[in-house]
Unconditional design. Structure first.
Length: 212
């Protein structure tokens, strides 16, 4: 049986992981340490659920929306297309969604180098127009290699709301720097956090056994 290649597209979580300004950074405390005489190593972490690679729940922007433990998991599993884009005026160009008929999940790579330790306020966003097209196309999931579907200074968060109201799952802070354009199998399950507005995700892409 052929060994299918896997791309890990998750950011590593640690104290050095960039945090949205004003949000809670990742910290870890050791409760027990073997080198201090304990029988095992045990740690406690504190972190915003939006640090690193994560999935936004509808509840994040819709008060009556589902929490992350209530969302359908099948959106986060299945065939997926990676599309490389050149940002235009800080957005994923609308024409990047051309040719996605029949595609269920799409991940946009907006940069060739990914530094999870640096928060760039000028990151590329999806934008409301592209979000509406994604909904009209029937996409089940959209992901970006940036911290947010909307710009840092957005007051309306309109792209988030369009996608979430349209039933489109959202992935943010993906590391797609080493992934060629093409079709893959996405496996990106969110942690089952009861009542959560988002959850960390260990996201991978796997080579397709039979190309689409």
């Amino acid at each position: 049986m052929k060994q299918l290649r896997i791309w890990d597209i998750s950011e590593a979580l640690g104290p050095e992981t960039a945090t949205w300004p004003g949000d809670s950074p990742f910290t870890r405390d050791w409760v027990m340490r073997i080198d201090a005489g304990s029988s095992c190593n045990v740690s406690t972490i504190h972190s915003s659920v939006h640090n690193g690679t994560h999935g936004d729940a509808p509840l994040h922007f819709l008060d009556d929306g589902k929490a992350i433990d209530e969302v359908a998991l099948d959106a986060y599993l299945g065939t997926c297309r990676v599309v490389h884009v050149e940002p235009q005026h800080g957005f994923v160009p609308v024409d990047a969604l051309a040719g996605l008929d029949g595609v269920e999940r799409v991940l946009f790579r907006t940069k060739s180098n990914h530094d999870s330790t640096c928060f760039d306020r000028g990151f590329c966003a999806l934008g409301e127009e592209a979000a509406r097209i994604a909904v009209d196309l029937g996409l089940r999931l959209v992901g970006l290699d940036t911290p947010s579907i909307d710009h840092f200074d957005s007051k309306t968060m309109s792209a988030h709301k369009v996608l979430l109201r349209g039933g489109v799952a959202i992935l943010e802070n993906l590391d797609l720097s080493g992934v060629p354009e093409g079709d893959y199998e996405l496996i990106a399950l969110p942690l089952k956090i009861r009542g959560g507005d988002a959850a960390p995700i260990r996201a991978i892409l796997r080579e397709l056994e039979t190309p689409i």
